[in-house]
Design a protein around this ligand. Structure first.
Ligand code: DGP
Length: 112
């Protein structure tokens, strides 16, 4: 996945400050934040979207890492939202599975 921007971020090809990193996952600030806190949590392994995930452990690692990041940022006090845009109608623009962690303001519902 030489061309994938999130693969490049995950493997260090694009210098990025990681908020969290372990053997399976990295987390970093979104380039275009939609809330005061906007973190992306991604698997290091390339999956074009959640549809491509073939191992339930990927979901476990992604979600548990996102909760760790939320707790490390103190977000459990006021709450937060996790979003995984999937495919065209889901609003996905980067074809590497990623979880958005959003917080720091009242988030509207339903989403646009
Ligand atoms: P989505 O629309 O769900 O595919 O979200 C993709 C997000 O990725 C979007 O909020 C902007 C962010 N993004 C795109 N390119 C980069 C990048 O090079 N660095 C960072 N930190 N974020 C990026």
């Amino acid at each position: 996945m030489d061309e994938c921007i999130f693969c490049k971020i995950a493997n260090g090809g694009i210098p990025t400050d990681f908020i969290y990193s372990d053997e399976n996952v990295v987390a970093f600030r979104d380039l275009n934040p939609q809330a005061p806190v906007h973190v992306l949590v991604i698997p290091k392994k390339h999956y074009s979207s959640g549809i491509a995930v073939d191992d339930p452990a990927v979901w476990g690692n992604l979600m548990s890492s996102a909760v760790k990041v939320a707790n490390s940022l103190g977000l459990e006090k006021d709450g937060y939202r996790m979003v995984i845009n999937t495919g065209e109608q889901g609003g996905q623009t980067v074809p590497h599975l990623h979880l958005h962690l959003l917080a720091g303001r009242n988030l509207g519902w339903p989403p646009g």
